[in-house]
Design a protein around this ligand. Structure first.
Ligand code: TYC
Length: 113
């Protein structure tokens, strides 16, 4: 809990300004968020990427197809924004699933500014 000094003017006696400490609410800093990024490559099939986006990010087929196309055309796209732990889990799930299917699909995370 932070104590903030506040000077109050005493109308009865101008020379007797009184300093008091007021309690503020405790500082709770929001934890940083992380963007999960999907990277393009020349070999992973489009349908596989769409499936990954549906399966691990809860996207509809239309949303998944749209993001897949963005990655295909631009090279990278943000798939979602999560806490550090959730982002790490999603990246691990995607990388593991891609590796098991022998696709070079890459997924990474990056701290949000
Ligand atoms: N570029 C791939 C292809 O033409 C498709 C693709 C899309 C691959 C998105 C990865 O993250 C990716 N088959």
């Amino acid at each position: 809990m932070t104590l903030v000094p506040v000077t109050l003017s005493d109308k009865a006696d101008d020379d007797a300004d009184t300093s008091v400490l007021l309690e503020t609410r405790p500082k709770t800093k929001r934890p940083p968020l992380y963007k999960v990024l999907l990277l393009n490559d020349d070999y992973t099939p489009m349908e596989f990427v769409v499936h990954v986006l549906e399966r691990f990010f809860g996207l509809t087929h239309a949303q998944a197809f749209e993001i897949m196309l963005t990655v295909h055309k631009k090279g990278v796209a943000v798939v979602g924004v999560f806490s550090h732990e959730i982002a790490e889990t999603k990246v691990g799930q995607v990388m593991d699933f891609a590796r098991r299917h022998q696709h070079p699909l890459q997924c990474t995370m990056e701290k949000e500014d």
